[in-house]
Design a protein. Structure first.
Length: 250
């Protein structure tokens, strides 16, 4: 059964794109057929994989008479494809809102890909509503990266509330995979305090943290996924553990 995993947060720069790329990559290495769909108008996924940006997501959302398969591109890695995005995605967002498209828009558009992939990963922009809401509704599992920095837990409320609303108002059948603490640095009390606070507020939903690591900044600049730079790095191992958790959970 194909699973859709949406990576979302209402704050920017929490590690959503890094997590999408690293987990999708690790899962594809384990023999699962994976597709990344980049719903962020920044279109960073393609570039981070060494590819060029394209209006794939815009076309997916607006030119709906075409089969979704039309917009899929290979990444040059076995079992890992992408529907790239670019700033035209922002225009698609306006169209979706103007046409008042249903909450199930994205779910329906991805449905024809069910036979082709084991996992589809949806990277989203830091926002609430519009595309993000529909990308979460499309998800079987939602992963929320949250930076272990002061005030960062404030940004979690809206996304968590959205999950509850989608469940109660729209019978959304999906679940929270977990809250992923990112940029963790045990040298700082800020990181420890924030992680404790996350655990106090969200209990078992809090996943093992991803440490702050320079390699995660370097990898996208070289068009590589973290394990392609260093398969033994702690960051690689941490994202490997997360991918194993996902495979077990789904
Ligand atoms: N654990 C980490 N340690 C160090 N740097 C990281 C880590 N995770 C991500 N980064 C870097 O921090 C920046 C922001 O990360 P990323 O782009 O993944 O966040 P995002 O949530 O997708 O941001 P946006 O909201 O803009 O889409 C990037 O330069 C990325 O390479
Ligand atoms: Mg991003």
């Amino acid at each position: 059964m194909m699973k859709i995993i949406t990576i979302a947060a209402d704050k920017g720069g929490t590690g959503k794109t890094t997590t999408t790329l690293s987990v999708a990559g690790e899962v594809s290495l384990r023999g699962r057929r994976c597709l990344i769909v980049d719903f962020d108008p920044q279109g960073q996924c393609a570039v981070a994989l060494g590819l060029t940006q394209e209006s794939g997501v815009f076309n997916l959302l607006v030119n709906t008479t075409f089969d979704a398969r039309q917009w899929i591109r290979p990444t040059g890695r076995e079992g890992l494809d992408i529907i790239p995005g670019d700033r035209m995605t922002a225009t698609a967002q306006i169209v979706i809102n103007a046409e008042n498209r249903g909450i199930d828009t994205i779910r329906k558009l991805l449905n024809p890909l069910k036979a082709e992939y084991d996992y589809i990963f949806l990277d989203t922009a830091p926002s609430v509503g519009g595309i993000q809401e529909r990308a979460i509704f499309a998800a079987d599992l939602v992963l929320i990266p949250s930076a272990t920095e002061f005030m960062s837990t404030n940004g979690l409320g809206q996304t968590m509330d959205l999950l509850t609303t989608l469940q109660s108002k729209h019978n959304w059948p999906g679940k929270l995979l977990g809250i992923l603490p990112t940029f963790f640095d045990e040298q700082t009390s800020e990181s420890k305090t924030t992680l404790d606070e996350l655990k106090r507020n969200f209990g078992d939903a809090v996943l093992p943290p991803i440490h702050r690591a320079t390699i995660l900044r370097e990898a996208p600049a070289e068009g590589k996924i973290v394990y392609e730079l260093d398969p033994q790095h702690r960051a690689t191992r941490e994202y490997y553990a997360l991918s194993q958790h996902l495979i077990k959970y789904s």
